[in-house]
Each structure stands twice: as structure tokens, then as C-alpha cells.
Design a protein around this ligand. Structure first.
Ligand code: BGC
Ligand code: ZN
Length: 367
């Protein structure tokens, strides 16, 4: 079968590879599920892997199949699988267990191992291929009615985890009634974050460098959230008007903004960081003031990466709610379809170009 792969460590090595179609029997205990891939989303992670910033091939192999944002249909299940059947629409989780205590209890997303296994990213092939096989444990069923937006589930799970972690942490307060939220960044994660927090009834301000004229701004306003272009109103100034914020979600990919976020976080507030920043940026910050306000305000800052199966299930529930409350909204995020695996160079053109893309994805096969 065909697959889109890179040679890790080699810049711009994305190419078409051929590999054998995987078999259900490769998974122990009859728990294998063969999935025919329908759609795969791509994001900055794929771009950075193709730029050789990170990414690892599976042990003993030269290439890594890309793609971690999957959507597909079950083709065949092993004899030990009762929770899925042929014809079900599904999405696979990304990270696979390592050896730490957290992996052993099924929370691979919280691993403390230095080496981690992620399909399409690190040491495991991804989903940008015609088929994949995995253990039913890592495959989550999607309602048929959500099939058109199903490819957005994986990015949504990153948001679900970030928000859930924030609420878990805030149990320290015995009572927490967040009202004002800020989201930094209006890309796919920022947009989905705004959706998830609006569904929970928070007032949401989304901060972005871009002018208020783009599609992202309109989508944010359709949720009843506020779009703030930091080109017009810098964060610190906007926060004097609408802040301070009880909950902040950082999703810009630009690490210096974190320290601005720390300055607009309210007392007892929580700031969640989700940007994977591979670079080596340095900046000067008002360290004493930030520290003082954090201490005197009992504030928390937390990092959050990846998402376990439970967050995929939360994501499915939120997608269903979103379709009920903001019907047709999710679909508008699917701005840049690319038809067929053969057209993979287009995926990267869209990822690189400043063409207003929100979600770039490959239509591997018809829904
Ligand atoms: C993926 C996550 C993954 C992270 C770090 C993100 O792009 O969506 O699932 O854990 O990259 O590799
Ligand atoms: Zn991703």
C-alpha cells in the first residue's frame, strides 16, 4: 500500500513509500483492528518533522510514515474485539505506552520516560497511508453523524486535555467558577479551545497577531467570543479592559508570549501551555514582578501535551455538543482539502504558505 513518509534527520525528505498492507493478526490477543484511512489532517508538527527538527523512524527502519490526525472506517477486527465492528468510523490516539508508572496505568500522555512513542511522530509509523492496524485499546469510535468533521478530533483532544487538566488542578480551590478566559493564538487549537470554553459557558477572548478581517476572526465571533488583534491592541492593554483571566490557554507556538500570559493571569488563575517550541529563543522579562504576582496571587502554570483515550471520548462529546449549539461551525475549519495521497506535496505547500489555511488535510478516500 501507499504511504507518505519522511527520512528523519533529512530535510524536505517527504516522499511516497510503499509498504505491505498491515494485518489484524499483528496485534496480540486477537485485539487487532484494521482501519481504512479516509482523512488525515496535518499541522506544524508534520512540517517540523519534514524540516528535520525532530521525528524518529521505528527501530531498524529508514523512514517514518507521517500523519497523526486520523479518521477512518473499520475494515476488519480480530476475534478479541467486541467494542468495534466493520463499518464503524474511528479515530486513533497518537501515543503508545512506554515503561513509566504512568504508562503502566494507561496514562501514556503523562509518561515520564524520555523516549516516547507517537504514531507519525516518534518511533511509530503514522496514518498517512491507505490502511493502518492497531490495538482496539487505542481506537475510538465516532458517531456516523460526525464523520464530516471527524478529522478534527485529534487536535480537539489536545484542547480537551489542557482544559481538563486546568479544572483538575483548580480542585485545590474547593470552589472555582472561572468566568474570563483568554486564548493566545487563533489557529486550529485556539479555535477549538474557544469552542470548548464557550460550550462551558466562559467569556472568551482570543488573541492573535492577525487583523480582524480573516476567517479565523469571524469564526471566533460566531461562537460569541471576542477576537483581539494584538497588532491593534497589545495583550497587556486588552487585559486591562477585559482581564485579568481565570483561565488562559496558550497555543501560539511562540514561547515569549508565555511571559505576557503570566502577567494577565488573575489571582488563583491557571495558565496552560500547549505550544511545542523546538527553537532556542531568548528574551528579557520583568522577572521580579511576574514572580511576585504569581506568589501573592496563588497562580498556577502547567504544561500539557498529547491526549489519552479519555480525552478523545471527551472530544467526541464536545463535537456533538458543538454541532447542536453551533451547527455547521466545525466544518468551516476544514479549509484546505488535498485529494489523494499522491498529492502530498500540496499538503506541505498549504502548511508553508500564508494562505489563511486553518486545517489542511488529505482526503485519502471518500467518506
Ligand atoms: C500532537 C500530539 C503530540 C505532540 C508532541 C502534536 O502535534 O497533536 O499528539 O503529543 O505533537 O509530539
Ligand atoms: Zn498535532
Amino acid at each position: 500500500m501507499k504511504a507518505v513518509a519522511v527520512i528523519p534527520g533529512q530535510k524536505d525528505s517527504v516522499h511516497m513509500a510503499t509498504l505491505p498492507r498491515p494485518q489484524v493478526s499483528e496485534v496480540p490477543n486477537g485485539r487487532g483492528v484494521l482501519v481504512r484511512v479516509l482523512r488525515v489532517g496535518v499541522d506544524a508538527t508534520d512540517r517540523e518533522i519534514n524540516a528535520a527538527e525532530y521525528g524518529e523512524a521505528p527501530a531498524g527502519e529508514k523512514f517514518l510514515v507521517l500523519g497523526h490526525e486520523s479518521f477512518g472506517i473499520v475494515e476488519e477486527v480480530g476475534p478479541g474485539v467486541t467494542e468495534l465492528r466493520k463499518g464503524d468510523y474511528v479515530v486513533a490516539t497518537v501515543r503508545r505506552p512506554g515503561t513509566s508508572l504512568y504508562d503502566l496505568i494507561g496514562t501514556n500522555d503523562m509518561t515520564t520516560d524520555d523516549v516516547y512513542y507517537e504514531r507519525g511522530i516518534s518511533l511509530r509509523h503514522g496514518f498517512l497511508s491507505e490502511y493502518y492496524v492497531d490495538d482496539a485499546e487505542f481506537i475510538v469510535k465516532m458517531p456516523r453523524r460526525l464523520k464530516e468533521v471527524g478529522v478534527l478530533l485529534e487536535p480537539l483532544t489536545v484542547v480537551e486535555k489542557a482544559i481538563y487538566q486546568a479544572y483538575e488542578i483548580q480542585r485545590r480551590l474547593r470552589v472555582w467558577r472561572p468566568r474570563q478566559a483568554a486564548i493566545m493564538g487563533a489557529g486550529t487549537i485556539g479555535l477549538l479551545g474557544a469552542m470548548a470554553l464557550r460550550l462551558r459557558g466562559l467569556e472568551v477572548s482570543v488573541f492573535s497577531r492577525n487583523p480582524r478581517t480573516d476567517l479565523n476572526a469571524r469564526l471566533i465571533e460566531e461562537l460569541g467570543a471576542r477576537y483581539v488583534s494584538t497588532a491593534e491592541t497589545p495583550l497587556l492593554e486588552a487585559a486591562r479592559r477585559h482581564g485579568p483571566y481565570d483561565l488562559i490557554l496558550e497555543a501560539t507556538g511562540f514561547s515569549p508570549i508565555v511571559f505576557d500570559g503570566m502577567q494577565v493571569l488573575g489571582k488563583n488563575g491557571v495558565l496552560v501551555l500547549t505550544s511545542v517550541t523546538g527553537g532556542d529563543r531568548r528574551i528579557e522579562i520583568p522577572a521580579d514582578r511576574i514572580n511576585l504576582d504569581f506568589v501573592l496571587g496563588n497562580k498556577v502554570m502547567v504544561g500539557s501535551v498529547n491526549a489519552n483515550r479519555e480525552y478523545f471520548e471527551m472530544g467526541v462529546a464536545d463535537m456533538a455538543k458543538a454541532e447542536a449549539e453551533y451547527s455547521g461551525w466545525l466544518k468551516q475549519l476544514l479549509t484546505h482539502p488535498v485529494r489523494g495521497l499522491d498529492n502530498y506535496p500540496k499538503l506541505f505547500e498549504h502548511l508553508n504558505g500564508g494562505n489563511g489555511a486553518i486545517k489542511v488535510f488529505c482526503e485519502v478516500a471518500d467518506l
